[in-house]
Design a protein around this ligand. Structure first.
Ligand code: NAD
Ligand code: DAU
Length: 353
């Protein structure tokens, strides 16, 4: 009994691998290309643990993936690997198409060949779980109902279009070939090990250095925030009880405007590491993200009703845990905020003064 986890050195993937081994004891093979977003330090707690094996590789390398599947014979693949940052997809969409669309296609083909080689109970039990995003559904107006699994796709960024493309491939591999797939579409995650290009860790890291907190546009865009540990629990529930071919929306029922999130972070930091004059004064409104989606919100009725999943953390408790983690792990932040990261910040924020 083994899981193959792609993208397991990234933010959600690493949280999932750590949680999975702690909760189940079942071995994991992590396949990760180690792009700028992948970091072996995220999995340092598993060093020397016989239940975990790390393989550096690209999901788009069909031969390498096939060899890995033949060697480890996993009972499931949990597919996190992706280019994940919307702003980077606007600057350079090519990698997003390559990994999220072409890479997922190659992974599906390798998974299909592996699954077709299985027999009996092993074949029946095999699952391919595809981790996707609420962004594929597009943008909501203030009064629109939240996204359900039946909401029509309307991706607006190169990132969300590439994830939508991968979702369609996964759906088709089930419909056409019978591959037992599961898809989860989740809202915005936050928590330990999130790369500080994303809103929550960027704001914490900048605030601690007394640097400006760049809020795009009017800061009134809404996201539905979910603590990463709750996302991991949802994936475990879908893997255990989800029906092949089905889609499950995952969200925190915690809609907040970006400016509210930034203010909440400033206040949490002020309580734990007081700064003269506080942190809120560091907020700066900067040029908006092109094509910026106004609002996302998830209706998680299906996963609650079918699989009994509900988030354990509130927005307030999850954010407090997250701020405490970043304060206790400043060396981790310093390590990732070097090299390529600095170039990204200069290019991206240099243009939006
Ligand atoms: P991340 O950018 O932190 O990590 C992505 C990981 O994938 C990295 O370790 C990277 O090295 C690896 N990777 C990239 N290209 C690869 C390739 N070609 N082959 C193998 N590995 C490769 O991303 P994340 O925030 O942890 O997101 C993980 C998944 O969850 C993504 O599929 C994303 O679309 C989805 N998701 C993210 C969120 C969120 O809020 N972060 C919400 C919903 C869904
Ligand atoms: O909804 C799920 C998605 O959430 C995932 O699929 C993506 O992988 C993940 O990156 C995230 O996308 P967002 O674009 O919503 O996340 P990000 O953290 O980049 O931005 C959150 C909001 O904050 C968004 O409205 C843009 C805004 N923002 C972001 C940054 C980095 C700012 O105002 N300033 C910033 O500097």
């Amino acid at each position: 009994m083994t899981l193959l986890v792609t993208g397991g050195a990234g933010f959600i993937g690493a949280n999932f691998v750590l949680d999975w081994i702690a909760a189940t004891g079942e071995p994991v093979v992590t396949l990760d290309k180690l792009t700028y977003a992948g970091n072996l330090a995220n999995l340092a707690a598993l060093e020397g643990d016989a239940r975990h094996a790390f393989v550096r590789g690209d999901i788009g390398d069909g031969e390498a993936v096939a060899a890995l599947l033949a060697r480890h014979r996993p009972r499931a693949i949990v597919h996190f690997a992706a280019e994940s940052h919307v702003d980077r997809s606007i600057h350079g969409p090519g990698d997003f198409i390559q990994t999220n669309v072409v890479g997922t296609f190659r992974l599906l083909e390798a998974a299909r060949a592996h699954w077709e080689s299985l027999a009996g109970g092993e074949r029946d039990a095999f699952r391919f779980l595809h981790v996707s995003t609420d962004e594929v559904y597009g943008s909501l107006g203030e009064a629109d109902p939240a996204f359900t699994e039946r909401t029509a796709y309307a991706p607006n960024s190169p990132y969300s279009a590439s994830k939508a493309g991968s979702d369609h491939l996964v759906r088709a591999w089930h419909h056409t070939y019978g591959l037992p797939v599961l898809t989860t579409n989740c809202s915005n995650n936050y928590g330990p090990f999130q790369f500080p290009e994303k809103l929550v860790p960027l704001m914490i890291a900048n605030a601690l250095e007394g640097r400006p907190l760049p809020v795009y546009g009017d800061g009134r865009q809404v996201r539905d925030w979910l603590y990463v540990g709750d996302h991991c629990a949802a994936i475990r529930a879908v893997l255990a009880g989800g029906r092949p071919g089905e889609v499950y929306n995952v969200g925190g029922s915690a809609e907040r405007r970006n400016l509210e999130v930034v203010h909440a972070l400033c206040d949490a930091l002020q309580a734990l590491r007081p700064r003269e004059g506080g942190y809120r004064g560091l907020v700066r409104f900067v040029a908006d993200r092109p094509g910026h989606d106004r609002r996302y919100a998830i209706d998680a009725t299906k996963i609650r009703a079918e699989l009994g999943w509900a988030p354990a953390e509130t927005f307030e408790s999850g954010l407090a845990r997250t701020v405490r983690w970043y304060l206790a792990n400043e060396a981790w932040v310093a390590q990732v905020r070097s090299g390529e990261y600095r170039r990204w910040i200069e290019t991206h924020y240099g243009e939006r003064k």
